[in-house]
Design a protein around this ligand. Sequence first.
Ligand SMILES: NC(=O)C1=CN([C@@H]2O[C@H](COP(=O)(O)OP(=O)(O)OC[C@H]3O[C@@H](n4cnc5c(N)ncnc54)[C@H](OP(=O)(O)O)[C@@H]3O)[C@@H](O)[C@H]2O)C=CC1
Ligand SMILES: CC(=O)N[C@@H](CCC(=O)OP(=O)(O)O)C(=O)O
Length: 347
Amino acid sequence: MSTALRVAILGASGYTGAELVRLLVRHPDVRLVALTAERQAGKPLGEVFPHLGGYDLPDLVKIDQVDWDGVDFVFCALPHGTTQEVIASLPARLKVVDLSADFRLHDIETYATWYGHAHKAPELQTEAVYGLVEANREAVKGARLVANPGCYPTASQLPLLPLLRQGLILADDIIIDAKSGVSGAGRDAKQGNLYGEVAEGIHAYGVASHRHAPEIEQGVSEAAGKPVVLNFTPHLMPMSRGILSSIYVKLAPGISADDLRAALVAAYKGETFVRVLPAGQAPQTRHVKGSNHCLIGVFADRVPGRAILLSVIDNLVKGASGQAIQNMNLMMGFPEQRGLEQAPMFP
Ligand SMILES: NC(=O)C1=CN([C@@H]2O[C@H](COP(=O)(O)OP(=O)(O)OC[C@H]3O[C@@H](n4cnc5c(N)ncnc54)[C@H](OP(=O)(O)O)[C@@H]3O)[C@@H](O)[C@H]2O)C=CC1
Ligand SMILES: CC(=O)N[C@@H](CCC(=O)OP(=O)(O)O)C(=O)O
């Protein structure tokens, strides 16, 4: 009799759901027992995603068809706004990692302001742990419900948090210029994601209004020990995967860019998934594609007293499904790297 963890993926017909399946079919402690979809329900997963057709997996079903008695652990990869009620309806014994934004903001008033409706499960919000593992590992280990961070917030917070905690950069002058591949927008058909609208061009969106600004500010404020407001502008790139976050910061008096690099090297010493590059090396999205890695580069600016931090992740892996599995491993007491050992695919 297998003792594998029986896992359900809600939203398995989406990009992050498919990426969870791709990574979990090789996880030795996991058995996928339920995969859900909405419009694609009733189909074999291999019909929706031919790259996953060669595995012995359950067919896609609607959420209300899942037999929860046969499930131990749930990944929820549904659109934000749909997830609070779904998670509130699950048996309370189930451990859950939610990939959506529904439980990330601690303050439900801030949530309502940015997401346009009142929080539908405030009692669960107080329980949810923000799953940026490298910043919050001990809390994740004891969590029942983990809010998996957004892709831009992951790429942006990993370089910033250690520097703010140590007061090496100023908290009142942070500019984040971030670029994402199109898979960040999900698989749902949207006019703005058509080839003709994305290929051979680049554009900013959500300028001065993107909902990841308050999520980044939440973590950065905790690290700085005071409320922080920052500039964040996302851009859509003609590529399928990857995020590059270019972050412009002001150094604290007497601090150099080399000090920042040394502090980040020390902060991430012993971490499997975050690596700080040697001086002069700029990370590229193709250096992390398909992997759970985050690479960080640090440069002195030409402008005296300033520095530039460069951070890359694969939005579908460290920015979503890989980080979600990292969280599950910690919640279940499995080795943190299990199922996430694969090297990036280059180029
Ligand atoms: N894409 C990314 O890089 C990242 C995404 N996220 C977040 O993860 C979540 C999933 O994203 P992603 O995989 O890209 O999204 P997709 O649009 O690709 O997939 C959404 C999934 O949810 C299902 N679904 C849609 N509406 C409902 C509903 N009302 N009830 C039940 N199921 C529903 C879809 O089923 P069907 O297709 O069958 O209708 C599909 O399986 C989102 O909250 C997203 O913001 C977080 C970090 C990064
Ligand atoms: C390219 C693109 O459209 N990206 C998405 C962010 C993806 C993500 O992390 O979204 P959640 O916060 O919902 O999980 C966006 O800008 O809304």
